[in-house]
Design a protein around this ligand. Structure first.
Ligand code: ZN
Length: 503
């Protein structure tokens, strides 16, 4: 009976998801509350759980169930809940089975050692001592790609871990289109005589008030604090760990308002997606997010398209003036919004604005391909990095610490991850334009503090779809066209034409 097999498969997958959620909770605790000396034991706990999860995911009985279900009626519609469950679990099972256990363990070890070495190397601005470790990681990632297999290039196999079903050539084509329009746009903004007064954002914003104000805004756009919470960490993140438990974190800078506030909106955007997944499908593909790029589209949309817009601030600015009277007295809404939308080429990705951010990502994406597909030597990586920063952003990193060593990703063996940040911006713009056509325009709604029209659209079109469609199909279904750079460029152009007077 195929229904019995299917029910057993689902019950088994849910149990695995429960183990994963426990690991997620331990990870959250590690980054927020854990006493410093507990690190070694926590690593032991998490390694134990992850090996348990891996063993369950690759258990031959999963393969048996999937074999039996392959020809059943349940699998006939690949986009139904059952069909998507069978399709996605088959995909995951086959992929995990191809990775030798020894390679998985070597990658885990290399990533732990890599991150430790990276912290030191960045602190000492010393790429040379980090180079052999990175070389080892790149070699292991090439072996991973070979084990999994690929059609066009090894990078495809790595990209698939983060953006399933996407290909290097398609992403390269879209990002090349974006780059060719973004470089002159950023240059025109840099040449504009109009500049915002950034001092507005650097006045004193008391941290307890920032927290209350940020939470109020996150709740207003749709994050449910009855099913989630907000804590403080050095690097903001969102951890979903079950249908009614979503943890956000942020950081505050008393002397820089955007740091805390826009991180809260960003992470709340991730959290709203998690909270919109179908609880009855928890642990199964229809109740799981599609891809990192789609996840990032939700955070970027709420942070940037909504949270940095004038209609949003027409609602929130009077409140902000009451909460921070000393900082904002005498400042106009327009001055505040211009400062919050400042664009300028900078060295550090995580501090970059909405426009130049994409160029930071394109640089990393191109270098990752060169490392994995084209054999770029590690010793040549810093100069290749600096060359691209000069070409795309017009700046030269003064040191490797603020250049090639600035991100943790490569040291953690996360190669293929970076492009999902730019994909997130691209998806966000294309979804947002479609939402505005379907249920907008949103200006009046936001100005009244109403975000439910956009939220309801996202719930129906994206959150409740889970993995029933791959990211690429989802974009086409929802917007009627494949992903392109057009919507993002149109959105950025319109915004910056207003602020910077460029044509
Ligand atoms: Zn994010």
């Amino acid at each position: 009976m195929s229904q019995d097999d299917f029910d057993q498969l689902c019950a088994y997958a849910r149990e695995t998801a429960i183990l994963q959620s426990i690991a997620e909770l331990l990870g959250w605790d590690e980054r927020t509350k854990m006493p410093p000396a507990a690190g070694d034991f926590r690593a032991e706990q998490m390694t134990y759980l992850s090996s348990l999860v891996h063993r369950r995911q690759t258990d031959p009985k999963v393969g048996d169930w999937l074999d039996k279900l392959a020809a059943s009626d349940l699998a006939s519609d690949p986009h139904s809940d059952a069909g998507a469950t069978i399709r996605q679990m088959r995909r995951e099972y086959d992929k995990l089975k191809k990775l030798p256990q020894s390679l998985v363990e070597e990658l885990t070890r290399a990533s732990v050692l890599g991150q430790q070495a990276w912290v030191e190397a960045r602190k000492n601005d010393d790429f040379a001592t980090f180079a052999p470790i990175l070389e080892r990681i790149v070699e292991l990632k090439r072996r991973q790609a070979d084990a999994i297999g690929f059609t066009e290039c090894p990078y495809d196999a790595l990209l698939d871990d983060f953006e399933p079903g996407e290909t290097t050539s398609n992403v390269a084509r879209i990002l090349e289109g974006l780059r060719s329009e973004l470089v002159p746009l950023v240059a025109a903004i840099a040449d504009s005589a109009r500049k915002p007064d950034l001092e507005i954002l650097k006045r004193r914003y008391a941290i307890d008030k920032q927290e209350a104000f940020g939470k109020q805004a996150a709740a207003a756009i749709g994050f449910d604090f009855n099913r989630g919470r907000l804590d403080v960490t050095h690097h903001p993140f969102c951890a979903g760990m079950g249908p009614n438990d979503c943890r956000l974190t942020t950081r505050y800078d008393e002397r820089f308002f955007p740091s805390g506030f826009f991180s809260i909106l960003h992470e709340a955007g991730h959290g709203i997606y998690d909270q919109g997944l179908r609880a009855d499908q928890y642990g199964l593909p229809p109740g799981t997010f599609v891809s990192l790029g789609i996840h990032e589209s939700q955070s970027r949309m709420w942070e940037n398209m909504v949270g940095r817009s004038q209609p949003f601030w027409r609602h929130f600015f009077p409140q902000a003036q009451q909460v921070f009277p000393d900082a904002l007295r005498g400042t106009t809404l327009e001055e505040f919004c211009f400062a919050a939308n400042d664009v300028r080429p900078s060295l550090i990705r995580v501090e970059a604005d909405e426009a130049t951010y994409n160029l930071h990502i394109i640089i990393r994406f191109e270098l990752e391909q060169a490392l994995i597909n084209d054999g770029l030597a590690i010793k040549d990586l810093p100069s290749a990095w600096n060359e691209k920063y000069r070409e795309y952003l017009g700046i030269t990193p003064p040191s490797d610490a603020d250049g090639v060593l600035q991100d943790v990703h490569w040291s953690a063996a996360l190669i293929g991850y970076f492009p999902t940040y730019a994909l997130g911006n691209l998806y966000a713009a294309q979804f947002y334009a479609q939402a505005a056509r379907d249920v907008g325009p949103f200006d009046d709604h936001f100005e009244r503090g109403e975000f439910s029209s956009l939220l309801g659209w996202l719930r129906e079109k994206i959150h409740r779809q889970g993995q029933c469609y791959a990211a690429r199909e989802l974009v086409e279904n929802v917007t009627g066209s494949p992903l392109s750079h057009d919507a993002l460029i149109a959105y950025l152009r319109e915004k910056y034409t207003g602020y910077y007077g460029i044509s």
